[in-house]
Design a binder for this molecule. Structure first.
Ligand code: NAG
Ligand code: NAG
Length: 239
C-alpha cells in the first residue's frame, strides 16, 4: 500500500507541470518542437539561483537547430502542454491543472546566434506578462487553460534586427507561501527578428538568474483570497 501511495503522490506532483514547446508566428504554426529547446521533464524549477532557471535543462535530443523568423512587431504564439508530447487528446490537466494559479511571463535576450548553447550572462528584457486580472479575477494560468495552452505576445517593433532567445515562463504559485515554493516552468525559443522599423530602442535589461528574489511579493505569496498581484521582474518593455 505504501509504495502505491507514494507513487500516486509522485504522479500528482509531476502532473502539475507544463512545457512550452511550440511556436506560431502570425498564426503560422512552425511545427512541434521546431526552434524550441524543449525540456524532457515538466518538473518545476524552484531554485532562484539555478542556471536551469534561464532556459531549463535536459532537452529532448537532438535540440532543434531551427531559427524561427519573426518580423519585428509580429505576433508569436507560445504553446504549452502538460508534457513534451504536445496535445495527445482530452486531458483535464492539459496544458496545466486548472487548479494551478500563477502568471505567464516572457523575456527576450539578444544573442550572437540563436542556436548557441551557452545561455549564461545574457541580458534579458520582459516583453509580456499576464498576472492576475483584478476585474475578472483570472490569472495568466486561467487564460492559458482557456486558450488550450496558447499565449500570444507581440515582438516589440522597435528592437534591433538579429537573433534572440525568447524565454516564456509559467510561474505556479500554489506552494508559494514560503521560499522555495513558487514553481518555474520555462523553455527558450530560437528567433531571428527581421525588418525592424527605423526607430530602434535599446531596452534596459536584467540578468537571469538574479532578476527574481526570494523576497519578491510576486514570488512569496498566497494565491487564495488576494485581489491584486504584482508580477515579479522588471516592467514590460515598450517602444
Ligand atoms: C493554438 O495554437 C495552435 C498553433 O498555432 C493552433 O493550431 C490552435 O488552433 C490554437 N488553439 C487555440 C485554442 O487557439
Ligand atoms: C558563456 O558566456 C558567458 C558570457 O559571455 C561567458 O562568461 C562564459 O565564459 C561562457 N561559458 C562558456 C562555457 O563558454
Amino acid at each position: 500500500m505504501a509504495p502505491l501511495l507514494s507513487l500516486l503522490a509522485l504522479v500528482g506532483l509531476v502532473s502539475a507541470g507544463t512545457i512550452f514547446q511550440e511556436v506560431s508566428v502570425n498564426g503560422v504554426d512552425q511545427g512541434h518542437g521546431v526552434g524550441v529547446r524543449v525540456p524532457t521533464s515538466n518538473a518545476a524549477i524552484t531554485d532562484l539561483n539555478s542556471p536551469n532557471l534561464i532556459c531549463n535543462t535536459n532537452f529532448v535530443q537532438p535540440v532543434s537547430q531551427a531559427v524561427i523568423k519573426v518580423p519585428a512587431g509580429g505576433q508569436v504564439t507560445a504553446q504549452f502542454h502538460r508534457t513534451g508530447a504536445g496535445y495527445t487528446g482530452p486531458d483535464p490537466a492539459d496544458p496545466i491543472d486548472p487548479t494551478n494559479k500563477g502568471p505567464v511571463v516572457a523575456y527576450l535576450a539578444a544573442v550572437p546566434s540563436a542556436t548557441q548553447t551557452n545561455v549564461s550572462g545574457l541580458k534579458w528584457f520582459k516583453i509580456f506578462e499576464s498576472g492576475l486580472n483584478e476585474a475578472t479575477h483570472q490569472w495568466g494560468s486561467d487564460l492559458l487553460f482557456i486558450n488550450k495552452g496558447n499565449v500570444t505576445l507581440t515582438i516589440p517593433p522597435c528592437i534591433a534586427s538579429g537573433d534572440y532567445l525568447l524565454r516564456v515562463e509559467y510561474i505556479g504559485l500554489e506552494y508559494a507561501s514560503s521560499y522555495p515554493g513558487a514553481q518555474f516552468f520555462m523553455s527558450c525559443a530560437q528567433l531571428s527578428v527581421t525588418g525592424t522599423s527605423a526607430k530602434v530602442v535599446a531596452p534596459s535589461t536584467v540578468s537571469i538568474p538574479g532578476v527574481y528574489k526570494s523576497t519578491d511579493s510576486g514570488i512569496v505569496t498566497s494565491v487564495f483570497g488576494i485581489s491584486s498581484y504584482t508580477v515579479p521582474g522588471p516592467a514590460v518593455f515598450t517602444c
